[in-house]
Design a protein around this ligand. Structure first.
Ligand SMILES: C[S@@+](CC[C@H](N)C(=O)[O-])C[C@H]1O[C@@H](n2cnc3c(N)ncnc32)[C@H](O)[C@@H]1O
Length: 488
């Protein structure tokens, strides 16, 4: 198999080296200080260590179960396969619409998928090959709960027309007003794909990346067609490409903003870097948030799947590289900008996806549909009996998995600086009140001022060798106190 040849990688070799060079200690400090001050956060800090790279440290004492960090994502995406089950804000991932819309839309899309299983718009994507650090959820225990009478294995369709009535808000479920959700705001570009919980989320998403990726009527027809092909390819192969597209798009948009302000802020940039095609200083500045993430090429760091023999490793990694190249060509057709050419090199694309592979946190948001049915189940008779006359057929139509969490993957600027320990002092954990896509880090025990805050990237209850094998995918051997003690 011939390796894919990317002309941009050779043409822009110097610029790519600059973009991929690790930030200086001063740049690191400046970047994280800006984040901490914009969030009024004085509880933690990010420091660099020669051995472990960046790490997060406590600036005050934390008690067990105390919130250590709430982190707003830099980029995130709901998995394509989850879009049928959960209707969420495309920017903050809060559930939107109403309980009736959540249920009606899911039943409608499931039916649509069953009818044309191959050509569904939403597509069925393979999950990202490896979801790095899984986020626990307080709903985990509850999700094992099975509604007393709603766990029927075979789905029983609702009478004709009921699904439409649910979706149109013409059929109210009992007590659903107790679980009200923000009204869905459609993307003003008219793509019919992105919906939001508020105008502010719609505007923030438009400004940060969606204006380049929107396939609405206002977009150029040629680019629109290319983008639709790119999305289809991602949905059919690996939806991590959609997240990579957001990174590139947001970098281009930041670059344009910086360029628009350039005359006023000229002295901040190195004039010697101005080239005919683009200004690498401006591009570097636009790339800054991404430059902070620990990176390797995707095809170099992706874990070898269990079913691939080690003798086939080289060919597997080549296939991954080819897949990335295929995806990049489609994205290029859709959003290429000459001034930002290095961003469209396979080298940069590979590093962006590799960054996700090594840093991303699973995005999990608990579903209000689950809360709703739990509420009905916990009611006392005769109100419960009355309500179940209506809710039982709905549960029977939804089937066993009547409620699903919003699932996706996201890159968080601070959470991604947390190093691993097999005896961690913190963990990612969604509390009942955490109903959007932010990362929540909670102290597992008391943490003293100055101590490094660590989480576990793997199940820390696994035997020593299994933990080390899983951590090898992250490129290191753990030397935490537990590993030193357990090392044979
Ligand atoms: C999510 S990042 C953590 C932040 C990272 N130190 C940085 O500089 O960006 C994950 C990477 O950090 C490094 N790392 C994390 N925990 C480590 C540990 N206990 N020992 C050695 N390296 C570690 C590994 O290179 C790993 O792939």
């Amino acid at each position: 198999m011939e390796p894919p040849i990317c002309c941009i990688t050779s043409r822009c070799a110097n610029e790519i080296t600059t973009l991929l060079s690790p930030p200086s200690p001063h740049q690191l400090q400046e970047y994280y200080q800006k984040i901490f001050s914009s969030r009024h956060c004085n509880d933690i800090t990010v420091k660099h260590d020669d051995q472990l790279g960046k790490g997060v440290y406590a600036v005050k004492d934390f008690k067990e179960d105390q919130l250590v960090l709430k982190d707003q994502m830099l980029v995130g995406n709901q998995h394509s396969f989850n879009k049928i089950d959960c209707f969420v804000c495309s920017f903050c991932f809060r559930f939107i619409g109403s309980i009736e819309i959540q249920i009606g839309r899911r039943l409608y899309l499931e039916e649509l998928r069953a009818n044309k299983s191959h050509d569904c718009d939403v597509g069925s994507s393979s999950k990202s090959s490896k979801n790095c650090h899984e986020m626990d959820s307080s709903d985990e225990e509850e999700s094992t709960w099975k509604c007393s009478s709603g766990s029927s294995k075979t789905k029983v369709p609702l009478p004709e027309g009921v699904v439409e009535l649910l979706m149109n808000g013409q059929f109210r479920l009992p007590y659903s007003e107790k679980f009200s959700l923000p009204q869905a705001v459609p993307c003003h570009g008219g793509c019919g794909e992105a919906y939001y919980c508020s105008m502010s989320c719609a505007e923030a998403d438009w400004e940060s990346s969606h204006s380049l990726l929107c396939t609405g009527e206002s977009s150029d027809p040629r680019r629109k067609e290319a983008l639709l092909k790119f999305v289809k390819h991602a949905n059919e192969t690996n939806d991590i490409f959609l997240l990579a597209a957001k990174v590139i798009s947001s970098t281009i948009l930041r670059y344009r903003k910086l360029k628009a302000n350039y005359p006023a802020e000229k002295e901040k940039y190195d004039a010697s870097c101005v080239s005919d095609h683009y200004n690498i200083s401006l591009l570097m500045e636009a790339w800054r948030p991404i430059s902070m993430g620990y990176k390797k090429r995707w095809w170099d760091c992706i874990a070898l799947p269990d079913d691939i023999d080690s003798s086939d490793e080289a060919s597997f990694r080549m296939q991954i590289k080819e897949l990335a190249f295929e995806s990049l060509q489609l994205l290029k057709e859709g959003i290429f900008v000459q001034e930002c050419e290095p961003l469209f090199s396979l080298e940069i694309y590979g590093h962006i996806i590799g960054m996700f592979e090594l840093n991303n946190l699973d995005l999990v948001v608990a579903s209000p549909v689950e809360d709703y049915f739990l509420y009905i189940n916990d009611m006392s008779d005769p109100d419960k009996e009355e309500a179940e006359k209506i809710t039982q057929p709905i549960l029977d139509a939804l089937g066993e998995d009547y409620s699903t969490c919003c699932e996706g993957t996201a890159f968080f600027p601070l959470q991604s600086c947390l190093n691993h320990s097999c005896c961690p002092n913190a963990k990612a954990f969604k509390r009942d009140e955490d109903r959007d896509g932010q990362a929540i880090i909670i102290a597992l025990r008391s943490i003293s001022k100055g101590e490094e805050i660590t989480i576990s990237y793997v199940d820390e209850d696994l035997p020593f060798e299994e933990r080390q094998a899983s951590l090898a995918d992250y490129g290191f051997r753990c030397r935490c106190p537990k590993c030193i003690e357990e090392e044979p």
